[in-house]
Design a protein around this ligand. Structure first.
Ligand code: ATP
Length: 293
């Protein structure tokens, strides 16, 4: 791993609720190196989005904090671009204008109009969407819109790309296609990526490390699994790669044997509650994640 540039230290996140503080995360520590691709995986409600929102600067930890390249994170910033599950493009703007909006925000002073235009088109080319530059979001498919969302994020030249289930709403083929594009782009640009996923295969195929989170309340890092597979990775070749299968097995074992579905915890979300030890909720747990069979 290259030197750590993003560090979460002793993070606690308590939300105020009518029944008192709800401690979603407690004592969460994570160091990420420049250019690493890290996936966060864990059962629904364990706190993955909360972690991402803290790194994005959208939430402030109640204890501990996040440091990026030596600077404490406490507000959103263009060096940390976020891609959500639903692309969130402006429907009244064209594909080009949607990317332009982000580029204006970051590079209005440092790039000429001509340079900005070339940069916007370059980012649309990266995700193979330059042909649709003049279309509006309503005129393109969900997968295409998600590509534009990724281009918009990349166009801000973020040192960290934060992705909250970026491919969750897409069909399997489009999803596979976008995963391959993302791997290519990330290899080329060397962005640090933190991606939330519920898909075990997606996590193993794309990641350098998989961070498996314990069930909440008071969730933290349960296991930190380094994925030592050569790149570029080919999904067909990986399907019977013994090491790939071992990693996949390790994640499944964490999710379904070590951390079963937190049904009791979800029903009674009070601070200091113990984690579910597991006899109930296994079937719900199996349904709680997609694409694992
Ligand atoms: N603003 C809030 N107020 C109170 N509780 C909250 C708030 N935001 C999140 N929580 C709680 O914190 C816990 C973690 O939520 P979070 O959305 O981070 O989980 P997640 O792992 O991303 O879930 P999912 O996989 O279902 O998206 C959950 O129990 C959730 O109900």
């Amino acid at each position: 791993m290259s030197k750590s540039h993003l560090e979460l230290t002793g993070v606690q996140m308590a939300f105020d609720t009518p029944s008192g503080p709800f401690i979603a995360l407690d004592n969460l520590n994570l160091k990420i190196g420049k250019g690493e691709f890290v996936s966060l995986i864990g059962h629904s409600g364990c706190g993955k989005s909360t972690v991402l929102n803290i790194v994005a600067g959208l939430l402030g930890a109640t204890r501990g904090g996040c440091v990026l390249d030596g600077h404490e994170v406490n507000t959103p910033g263009p060096e940390r671009a976020v891609v959500f599950q639903n692309h969130s493009l402006m429907p009244w703007l064209t594909v080009y204008e949607n990317v332009e909006l982000a580029v204006q925000q970051v590079f209005r002073k440092s790039m000429s109009k001509r340079e900005r235009k070339a940069w916007i088109l370059h980012n649309l080319e990266l995700v193979h969407m330059d042909h649709a530059a003049n279309k509006r979001p309503g005129e393109i498919s969900g997968g295409m819109a998600q590509r534009v969302g990724i281009a918009r994020a990349l166009a801000m030249k973020p040192s960290v790309l934060l992705m909250d289930e970026p491919f969750g709403a897409l069909d399997a083929l489009t999803r596979a296609h976008l995963q391959d594009s993302l791997m290519e782009i990330q290899q080329e640009l060397n962005n640090t990526v933190i991606m939330i996923t519920h898909d075990v295969d997606e996590a193993v195929l794309l990641s350098d490390r998989i961070i498996m989170m314990t069930n909440g309340p008071a969730a933290t890092v349960g296991e930190d699994l380094a994925i030592d597979l050569p790149r570029p990775r080919n999904r067909v070749a990986m399907a019977d790669n013994p090491r790939y299968l071992r990693y996949r097995q390790a994640v499944l074992s964490f999710l379904y044997e070590k951390q079963r579905f937190p049904d009791k915890a979800e029903r009674k979300p009070s601070a200091g509650q113990k984690q579910d030890s597991g006899s109930e909720g296994e079937d719900e747990g199996r349904q709680g994640l997609r694409a694992i069979a």
